[in-house]
Design a protein around this ligand. Sequence first.
Ligand code: ADP
Ligand code: MG
Length: 347
Amino acid sequence: MRHALLPVLVLLGVLLGGCSNDETVFHTRFFALGTLIEISIYGANPTLAARASEQLEQDLLTLQTSWHAWQPGALSDINAQLASLQVFIPDPDMLPLLQEAHRLSKLSQGLFNPVIGQLIAQWGFHDNPLPIGTLPDSDSIAALVAQAPTVEDISLTDTQLATRNPAVRYDLGAFAKGYAIDRAIEKLREFGIENAIINAGGDLRAIGQHGDRPWRIGIRQPRKSGILASIEIDGDTSVFTSGDYERFFEVDGKRYHHIIDPRSGYPADRTISVTVVHDNAATADAAATALFVAGPESWVEIARSMHIGLVMLIDSNGVIHMNPAMQSRIHFEPDSTAEIKLSEPLS
Ligand code: ADP
Ligand code: MG
């Protein structure tokens, strides 16, 4: 298989701390948004929890179609219309999602760039993988980079969309999962559920508490199996990781993964993983991708401009970079020997 996937991450994602009154726990899991979704609900009536989870599953399956960049649905319709370079009226349900993607892209100084869909397609990370052992055509990549599609090229009003840059195509893969989890959490709250965790392939948001204790979240080792560290969270917190091990292929022994630096058109190669802890999941998701691209030199600047307070970045030499607030929250496994480089405080 060309794109190596590591599904074990899902199982490692949440280390549920022991809970004495387990009868108050409701768990369900299903596939949506291209990954395994696990919902755990605490302290709620089981019938209500089951009803809420069913509703969430339906919603997430619907969003998966609407927000897909290249399979038929609302977002691929928008991409087709953008290609015409005419002003058009998109599906109004899509506007808040696009507005938030634009806002986060600007805060990230364009490193989270939701309009590089054509570049992602060139790399074969859509459903047309490159033939084994090949790389995309370097002239095509250079031509797309020269056209420099950014959200600034799109005029987005409360009803209309238009662009003059023919290279602009949406791909919300770096943030849609977070946005969907935020919506799912809102839905749970409408059901009156106050303690829950929604885990999508190791990226998650938790609200309330796990019984009488916080949740303990495992952060996986990027280059081997097992847990690198864990972090305790309660209240309302999201933990998102972007890693070069999620989707990649190798040519001549070099890894080409799915997080693309929009400035070069090639996979960002100074980072192997970034974990962001933040209240809202959409921001955490976009920021994990942006900081991955920013790399060990500029992650602090981008974290500040995105208003992120807790970051851990593992660079391509295996050095762990983090800010002091993150260091005081995270617990490394006793066998961890990695070098740690502390940044200045982020705020
Ligand atoms: P994952 O979804 O694997 O957890 P990310 O959240 O980092 O990882 O999203 C990666 C996906 O986002 C890619 O598969 C691609 O669709 C898209 N993408 C890649 N590079 C960028 C980028 N610089 N900005 C925005 N989207 C990107
Ligand atoms: Mg992301």
